[in-house]
Every structure is written in structure tokens, then in C-alpha cells.
Design a protein. Structure first.
Length: 125
């Protein structure tokens, strides 16, 4: 039997928005968005992230590597090169990988004391 790793080579997140304010202790309670990714392959997966906006040119590409048979939780707030993703601005992101991976999108919104968490599987394209 041939075993294939789960996932797809291209994923799309259509609802990106890093809340601009936070309540509670930093960094644990900083409002943020994360890409939660699984590489079940026996080789490292090399990713390319491109962010799209309503009123400006795309940001990126950002390059990430996920080690073999590992998970990676990447806070979008922590991306720095080639630029910082702005807070309080709507965006979409396309994640491309040379190997099949699984991508989930999570938002933690701590703008008020009653915190909110939203999580959804990205769209495999």
C-alpha cells in the first residue's frame, strides 16, 4: 500500500484581520492570528506566503519551513521579512507548499475582557 501524506499544496485564507488592540498580559494575551500547519511528510516542507489587501499591492513572499513530521504554529503578527503585516487591516493569504500540508487559521481577539477565539480550516485550492 502506498501511503500519502494528508493535505494540499495550496491553501487560501479569505478572512484575515489582526485586531489592533489587546487586553491582558503580553505576549500571551496579545490579539493575533496564526497559521497552524502540519507537515506529515518524511521531508521538510518549504512554504511561500503571499498576503493580499483591498487597497495596496500584495505583501511577500514570506518563506517558512516545516520540519518533517512536525507542526508549526506561526503567528502572523510575528512575520517580519520582507515586511510586517499591518494590524487592523483586512487581508487574504495564499499558502503554497512544495509538499502536501494541512493549514488551519486561528484568530485570538482580546480587544475586550471577554476574549474571542475563531478557528477554521483553510480552503485547499
Amino acid at each position: 500500500m502506498v501511503r500519502t501524506s494528508p493535505g494540499a499544496h495550496c491553501w487560501v485564507i479569505g478572512d484575515g484581520f489582526i485586531p489592533p488592540t489587546s487586553t491582558g498580559p503580553e505576549p500571551a494575551m496579545t490579539s493575533h492570528e496564526s497559521l497552524c500547519m502540519l507537515n506529515a511528510n518524511t521531508e521538510a516542507a518549504h512554504l511561500r506566503l503571499t498576503f493580499y489587501f483591498t487597497d495596496r499591492d500584495p505583501a511577500g513572499p514570506f518563506h517558512l519551513t516545516i520540519a518533517p513530521q512536525r507542526a508549526l504554529h506561526q503567528r502572523i503578527n510575528d512575520l517580519r521579512e520582507p515586511e510586517v503585516i499591518p494590524v487592523g487591516v483586512d487581508y487574504c493569504v495564499v499558502v503554497s507548499s512544495d509538499l502536501p500540508i494541512v493549514v488551519q487559521h486561528t484568530r485570538v481577539d482580546t480587544r475586550q475582557a471577554e476574549n474571542a477565539t475563531m478557528s477554521t480550516i483553510a480552503y485547499p485550492a
